[in-house]
Design a protein around this ligand. Structure first.
Ligand SMILES: [Fe+2]
Ligand SMILES: [Fe+2]
Length: 204
C-alpha cells in the first residue's frame, strides 16, 4: 500500500465532516443560534483527526520524505500545503472562539461561527483537491518502496504513540455519528489493504 492511499482515505472522512460543518453553519445563519454541543464535537474532530493526526502524518512523515528527495519546503507545493494547514488552524481557532461566545450568549457568535466555518470548508476542500490531484501523484512518483515503508512506519507511530491506540477509531465513530445527526450521508472510508489507516481494524 502507498502512503498516499491512506491519506486519500482520510480525506474522504474529513470531507464528510466538512459537510457536517456546512450544515452547522447553515443552521447558525438561518436560526441565528448555534448548536454548541455538535459544534464542539465537529471542532474536536477537526483538531484531533484532521489536524493532529492527518496533517501530522503529512507534515512529519510524507512531506519530510519528499523534502529529503529534493522537493523544497520553502517554495512550491509543500510551502503552499504548509501555509494552508496554518490557515486552517487559524480558522479552527476562530470557530472555537465563536462557540465559546455563543455559550456566553453573545448575539454575534452564530454569524461569526458561520463565517469562519464557511471559510474553513472552502479552504480545506480546495486543499484536499490539490493534494489528491497534484501533490500525491507527485509523491507516488518520487518515493520508492523503501521510502514508502519509512513513511508508513512513521504513520503507524503517529497513530499508536502520538495519538494513542484506539483514537483513530473513536474519531471515525464520531464522524459517523455527526453525519447521522446532521443528515449528511456517511460512507465508511475505503479499506486500502483492509484498513483505513493501514494497521487498524477495518473501519465501520
Ligand atoms: Fe494537507
Ligand atoms: Fe491531507
Amino acid at each position: 500500500m502507498r502512503a498516499t492511499e491512506i491519506l486519500v482515505n482520510e480525506h474522504e472522512v474529513i470531507l464528510q465532516v466538512l459537510g457536517c460543518l456546512e450544515r452547522l453553519a447553515d443552521r447558525a445563519e438561518s436560526q441565528r443560534t448555534m448548536d454548541v454541543p455538535r459544534a464542539r464535537q465537529a471542532l474536536d474532530f477537526l483538531v484531533t483527526f484532521a489536524d493532529r493526526c492527518h496533517h501530522g502524518k503529512e507534515e512529519q512523515a510524507l512531506f519530510v520524505a519528499l523534502e529529503q528527495r529534493g522537493l523544497p519546503k520553502q517554495a512550491g507545493p509543500l510551502a503552499v500545503m504548509l501555509s494552508e494547514h496554518e490557515q486552517g488552524r487559524a480558522a479552527i481557532a476562530r470557530m472555537g472562539a465563536a462557540t465559546e461566545a455563543a455559550e456566553q450568549g453573545q448575539a454575534q457568535a452564530s454569524a461569526q461561527f458561520a463565517n469562519a466555518a464557511r471559510g474553513y470548508v472552502a479552504l480545506l476542500r480546495d486543499h484536499i483537491d490539490k493534494e489528491n490531484e497534484v501533490l500525491f501523484p507527485m509523491a507516488d512518483q518520487m518515493l520508492d518502496a523503501r521510502a514508502q515503508e519509512g513513511v508508513l512506519a512513521r504513520f503507524a507511530s503517529i497513530e499508536s504513540v502520538d495519538m494513542g491506540a484506539g483514537t483513530h477509531e473513536r474519531y471515525l465513530d464520531l464522524a459517523k455519528t455527526l453525519c447521522a445527526e446532521l443528515g449528511v450521508s456517511w460512507s465508511a472510508p475505503k479499506a486500502a489493504a483492509g484498513a483505513c489507516c493501514g494497521h487498524h481494524a477495518p473501519a465501520r
